[in-house]
Write a protein that binds this ligand. Structure first.
Ligand SMILES: Nc1ncnc2c1ncn2[C@@H]1O[C@H](COP(=O)(O)OP(=O)(O)OP(=O)(O)O)[C@@H](O)[C@H]1O
Ligand SMILES: [Mg+2]
Length: 497
């Protein structure tokens, strides 16, 4: 097969970090090429260099045998490189159509040719087999739809290489299948795809070939057929890693949190009990109302009906701060807007959550606090040159680790984790599971929202399934099967059947 893209001796350094060190490999045309590596391995940095969002210190990029010199985002697009970045880049307050043609000037006209644009947009959508109204506001679209709009924006007649940086991290299981269809459509059109993901299943389902990066170094580029799942993980992590859900030793105790017919924020009449030492899974498709329910519990959204009992007493939190004071913390799913203060250091972010525990009568035990912060960041393997690094400068997965560390530092009796392992690499995932086990063993209770079925099944003691804001079912561990959960989540099977 013919080589389409060649990365030649690329090096990139940030203060204190060599993100890429003399990386060389090439990708064949028409293939789906997976790019994998631990959090901070350099994947996004490489993508940004190929697409002109960042400059390499040295090295060159070749497309179809021609060197791409001083790449800018515009010139990359011109040459046929499309990118879906790890973080979305659409403007929520503009319509789909306006986003699709942002920065495009229609020749020989004063204003934009809206009619022609709308026609083009519908054409693009039809090619990808999707239906989205180009005149609606992007903010009204689901995350999955937004992503599809980004793909549409990046595909044009001459797209040769389409790069996707963790496109499924924010999608639910049903939407992933839809995205895969689109990816296969692109492949059938001869587009080469570079696909970054931490989900091994997806890589085996999609990819023809794979490149593994470790710590800024190129480790291997091979056809998928030559590597097993275990091989890939070993190459990524640099040692063998057992991939399983760790056992825990917990005696589940008395009820700590009870929801009785709770409504609000789009959810209706939700009732369940969380016990001491329990991990209760909250399953559902996107839009099922899981995050919405978590917000109602901690007072980040209004409860319109029902009762919440904490330790047997009714509670009515007006703010998440009040919930934390009473012993319930929500670890939000969106690290960019709710989870971490991006322009503050790692130390500061984790530290503020632990502050309460390490100060007495307004006197702070600084060294105990720093020690605790350092311990957490080591356990979670946060990759950074120093604890004084701004969270903004960390890789996506490492930002997520800071969010989890903050929650662990708060040490509340009940923790609600919303997608805790989103964007986190296989090794660090194991570490988070172990930490979750440890905290429930110490008597803490956890509600875990996750879109990764394997993880929900592997970690939960019981599971509540939501469907369109309604409680579709409650499953005991012995009843967990993918099929049953999916049926409940998609409304095929009703309650109590
Ligand atoms: N703007 C920046 N300033 C300082 N360091 C940076 C910056 N951008 C990236 N880095 C560092 O470069 C390294 C590689 O980061 P990169 O984002 O490429 O990782 P990644 O492989 O995409 O990881 P993830 O799986 O977590 O998304 C990391 O150590 C990161 O902290
Ligand atoms: Mg990344």
């Amino acid at each position: 097969m013919k080589e389409v893209l060649r990365i030649d001796q690329i090096t990139k350094t940030f203060p204190g970090v060599r993100a890429l060190d003399d990386v060389s490999f090439s990708i064949n045309g028409g293939e789906i090429h997976a790019l994998v590596g631990e959090n901070g391995a350099g994947k996004s940095t490489l993508i940004k260099i190929i697409s002109g969002a960042q400059k390499a210190d040295s090295g060159s990029i070749w497309l179809d045998g021609k060197e791409l010199r001083s790449i800018t985002p515009a010139s990359a697009k011109q040459s046929g490189i499309g990118v879906i970045y790890q973080e979305f880049s659409l403007v929520p307050s503009l319509t789909v159509l306006e986003n699709l043609f942002l920065g495009v000037v229609d020749r020989h006209r004063l204003g934009p040719d809206t009619k022609a644009r709308r026609k083009k947009a519908l054409e693009l959508f039809a090619q990808l087999g999707i239906e989205i109204n180009p005149d609606v506001m992007v903010s009204s679209l689901s995350v999955a739809q937004q992503q599809i709009v980004e793909i549409a924006r990046e595909t044009s007649r001459n797209t040769k290489v389409m790069i996707m940086d963790e496109p499924t991290a924010a999608l639910a299981f049903d939407e992933v299948n839809h995205l895969f269809k689109i990816i296969r459509t692109l492949k059938a059109r001869g587009v080469t795809i570079i696909y970054i993901s931490h989900r091994m299943d997806e890589i085996f389902e999609l990819a023809d070939s794979i490149t593994i990066l470790r710590d800024g170094h190129h480790v291997a580029t091979k056809p998928m057929s030559e590597l097993s799942r275990k091989d890939i993980i070993t190459l990524m992590v640099g040692r063998e890693l057992k991939e399983s859900f760790p056992e825990r030793n917990v005696v589940i105790g008395e009820p700590v949190l009870q929801l009785e017919d709770v409504s609000g924020n789009g959810d209706h009449n939700i009732s369940f009990t969380l016990h001491k030492g329990e991990i209760l899974g909250l399953a559902g498709l996107v839009g099922a109302g899981r995050t919405e329910l978590a917000k109602v519990i901690v007072g980040a959204a209004k409860r319109t009906g029902g009762t919440i009992l904490l330790g047997g007493k009714p509670v009515d939190f007006k703010t998440p701060g009040q919930a934390v004071d009473a012993g319930i913390a929500l670890i939000p799913e969106n690290r960019k807007t709710e989870g971490a203060f991006l322009d503050y250091t790692i130390n500061w972010n984790i530290g503020i959550m632990a502050l309460r525990r390490f100060s007495r009568h307004w006197i702070m035990d600084q060294s105990a606090l720093s020690e605790q912060v350092l311990k957490l960041s080591h356990r979670l393997q946060i990759k950074t040159p120093s604890m004084e690094q701004l969270v903004r400068n960390l890789s996506g997965g490492n930002q997520q680790k800071v969010v989890v560390a903050k929650a662990l530092a708060a040490e509340t009796q009940i923790m609600i984790f919303d997608e805790p392992t989103r964007g986190i690499d296989v090794g660090s995932k194991q570490e988070i599971y172990l930490l979750m086990n440890q905290i429930v063993e110490s008597g803490v209770s956890i509600i875990m929202i996750s879109s990764e079925m394997e993880e929900l099944i592997g970690m939960s003691d019981r599971m509540v399934v939501l469907h369109e804001g309604q409680q579709a079912g409650m499953l005991e561990k012995s009843e967990f099967t993918q099929q049953k959960i999916l049926e409940l989540a998609s409304g095929i099977r009703g309650n109590n059947e």
